[in-house]
Write a protein that binds this ligand. Structure first.
Ligand code: UDP
Length: 289
């Protein structure tokens, strides 16, 4: 189920016709179809890139609050297992580094990013209330920066921005002085982590960080992308978005221990695959001469 507000139907095109697969276009903040029943619910519905949630603050707040409650009600009614996709953003601008699941975070509740960070914090709280009050079988995953093929070229995230800019031989837009850090997880590793969390044999509701612990400054990351694309266009500095976290790196000890999960795709491999994807996207979008 997707309302395709930030996603694209073309991403599930190859699954059409597969036995047991159905895609329903629906916004989960509107009442759910009565015919809907579930054994497992993966709740990933939400704008997730900074540019997307800043331009859709109401939708972001509603899908993570009202939408989460609606899916929790469905899970409870059907006795389904429930997985909530949370985010590293719930750690805000962290004082503890790297971030373990036990860290409560440092979030600005009234800043522009709060529709997402506080929306996700509400979603986590709601999930835990349902486990305590109704014995719901639930898992929460906190997803750190993820990249790979099938992401939107214009979603505003660092990886699509830098790769597209490098491919067009434009300067890479480094926000602020570029000393802030992020850790980048390739999409197939993330998917394996989500599946492991859903199907893991756990005795109670558990929270897991999912991400790649290799950490890079934004400036260093710009150099890596330029080198891999073969671009010499350099960088241009632009203003740092408000409340942009200064450092971020997951502590994945718990996921390793409980789920036997860790990322396997190294940055060079993942970035190469992503560059090929965006190369094809650009080629297709260019007018034929
Ligand atoms: N960033 C940047 N240039 C861009 C896009 C992002 O310097 O064109 C920086 C941004 O300021 C942040 C980091 O890259 O420090 C990751 O940004 P992104 O929007 O991908 O995800 P976030 O971690 O902020 O949710």
């Amino acid at each position: 189920m997707d309302n395709f507000s930030t996603g694209s139907e073309s991403n599930v095109e190859s699954l059409r016709g597969r036995r047991g697969f159905e895609v329903v276009e629906h916004d989960i903040t509107m009442s759910l179809p009565l015919s809907l029943h579930a054994d497992l619910i993966f709740h990933l519905a939400s704008p997730a890139s900074v540019a997307d949630y800043l331009s859709r603050p109401m939708q972001t707040l509603r899908v993570n609050s009202l939408g989460t409650l609606a899916l929790l009600d469905l899970a409870q009614a059907d006795g389904a297992r429930f997985l909530f996709a949370s985010t590293s953003e719930i750690y805000g601008d962290p004082y503890v580094h790297p971030q373990p699941e036990t860290y409560w975070g440092n979030v600005n509740p009234v800043g522009p990013r709060a529709c997402y960070s506080e929306g996700k914090r509400f979603g986590e709280s709601a999930t835990m209330v349902y486990t305590r009050e109704y014995g719901l079988d639930a898992r929460i995953v906190r997803i750190f920066n993820t990249y790979g093929p099938h992401s939107r070229p214009d979603d505003g995230r660092i990886v699509p921005n830098f790769i597209i800019q490098a491919l067009r031989d434009e300067p890479l837009t480094v926000y602020g002085d570029g000393s802030q850090t992020r850790s980048y997880c390739y999409v197939s590793d993330l998917v394996a982590g989500i599946v492991a969390a859903m199907f893991g044999d756990l005795s109670g509701a558990e929270v897991f960080n999912l991400g790649n612990p290799d950490e890079y400054t934004v400036s260093h990351f710009a150099q890596i992308i330029s080198r891999q694309v073969g671009s010499t266009s350099g960088v241009v500095h632009q203003s740092l978005p408000e409340d942009d976290p200064t450092q971020r790196r997951p502590d994945i000890t718990k996921a390793r221990e409980y789920l036997g999960w860790e990322p396997h795709v190294d940055l060079a491999t993942g970035i190469d695959r992503t560059i090929s994807w965006f190369r094809d996207v650009l080629r297709l979008s260019e007018p034929v001469a």
